[in-house]
Design a protein around this ligand. Structure first.
Ligand code: PLP
Length: 408
């Protein structure tokens, strides 16, 4: 079939390829433990589910305006303002079917062909996909282990020029769990506040945050107008399958996003919007409990990873991902890269992880190897999985056998 040329530029989440491999191995009867999943293993809190059921029974099943119902948008604005000290109103909010689509909306609405987008690398793969699809120029910004997997703010500023249109930030970050320090956000805000540059601030992990105080770039003077906050119900309220997210931006951008929504999907499911309001305004204990449990798992997985020879794991401050440096293990086992280690762990230890390569190509001069483990799984599973990883990494003979099989 002859598809339109632009389809050649559409990226993907390569992580789904690993998922397919895991499913295939399981179908063959193999037991595979997965640390790949980017979704809380908790269920949506009961009060939120009940509110959706009530809304359904009240026949909240009709179209709404494309940006969502005004009282729900007001509720989103209040929720956002509470954590960030901003002053957004309903008119700034567009409710979307999941947060992900806001990446395409932002690039589509703001960036012309050939204009530049700065984005985190390693980073969430949809950023690169959107940049490529709209023929914009990729400007990857290295996330640095020595900076706790944030970036060097001076390096970011050095990448800004008169072609820069959009800067994508993601804090806490996928895949590293890194958080951007407040002083770096402040410095960046001061540098761009009078320029025709916008920030897409991907804040989907803003409440899965373990130490210190969460800061959004939208909180700095002049930045409320320049920032598009991308947030979602998926991670915070364990609502991945509901497909409910929201953008918060200046009024002009919100109006363009609304026009795009009208063209693409009309509104987010009506009864889901009612459940969103309940999530924001109802009891928050379930969120707090989930975050406390993630914190315990983080401590456990970091400790266990650091007990594996050749693996060094920095303690992430947010999200539910560990991003250990596995260079020592890769070298000790005679592998070429983290990709070989990932395949070895999958096929010989029955443990599925992702690699740095699933989150973008290496930056120039990048020499270290990393894998990503999601700890959205029980402490029991973490202990078992890490034991298997440790045994496999310590088993040089097994690695040699694997290399022979694969011709490595
Ligand atoms: N942004 C980041 C950094 C993510 O990791 C994800 C999901 O994994 C999303 C956005 C999209 O989430 P959703 O579309 O479920 O709201």
């Amino acid at each position: 079939m002859n598809f339109a040329n632009r389809m050649n530029d559409l990226g993907n989440e390569n992580a789904f390829k690993v998922l397919a491999e895991v499913l295939e191995l399981r179908a063959q009867g193999k037991k595979i433990m997965s640390f790949c999943i980017g979704e809380p293993d908790f269920n949506t809190p009961e009060n939120i589910k009940q509110r959706a059921i009530k809304a359904l029974n009240e026949n909240q099943t009709h179209y709404t305006g494309s940006a969502g119902l005004t009282p729900i948008r007001e509720s989103v604005a209040n929720y956002i303002n509470k954590l960030r000290g901003t002053n957004y109103k309903a008119e700034n909010v567009v409710i979307t079917p999941g947060g992900k689509g806001i990446i395409f909306l932002a690039v589509m609405a703001l960036v012309n062909e050939g204009e530049e987008v700065i984005y985190p690398n390693p980073g969430y793969p949809i950023y690169e996909s959107a940049i490529d699809f709209f023929k914009c120029k990729r400007v990857p910004l290295p996330m640095l282990e020595e900076k706790g997997f944030s970036f060097d703010v001076n390096e970011l500023i050095s990448k800004i020029n008169n072609k820069t249109k959009l800067i994508i930030l993601n804090s806490p970050q996928n895949p590293t769990g890194g958080v951007i320090p407040k002083e770096d956000l402040k410095k960046l805000a001061e540098f761009i506040k009078d320029k025709e540059i916008y920030v897409l601030s991907d804040e989907v992990y803003c409440r899965i945050f373990y130490e210190g105080e969460y800061t959004s770039i939208a909180s700095f003077p002049g930045m409320q107008e320049k920032t598009i906050i991308l947030d979602s119900m998926s991670k915070t309220f364990a609502m991945c399958g509901w497909r409910a997210g929201f953008s918060v931006s200046n009024k002009e951008i919100a109006a363009k996003f609304t026009d795009l929504a009208t063209n693409l999907f009309a509104n987010t499911t009506t009864f889901t919007q009612f459940a969103m309001k309940e999530a924001f305004e109802g009891p928050q204990e379930d969120v707090e409990k989930m975050v406390q449990e993630f914190k315990k798992r983080r401590d456990l997985i970091v400790k266990l990873l650091n007990e594996v020879p050749g693996i060094k794991c920095h303690k992430p401050i947010g999200a539910f991902y560990a991003f250990p440096n596995v260079t020592g293990a890769v070298k000790a086992l005679g592998f070429r890269n983290a990709g070989d280690l990932q395949q070895y762990l999958l096929h010989k230890a029955g443990v599925a992880v992702l690699t740095r390569g699933h989150f973008g190509a290496k930056n120039p001069g990048e020499t270290q190897e990393y894998i990503r483990l999601s700890y959205a799984t029980s402490q029991e599973e973490i202990k078992k999985g890490l034991q298997k990883i440790k045994e496999a990494v310590e088993n040089k003979a097994l690695a040699d056998e694997f290399k022979k099989e694969r011709g490595i």
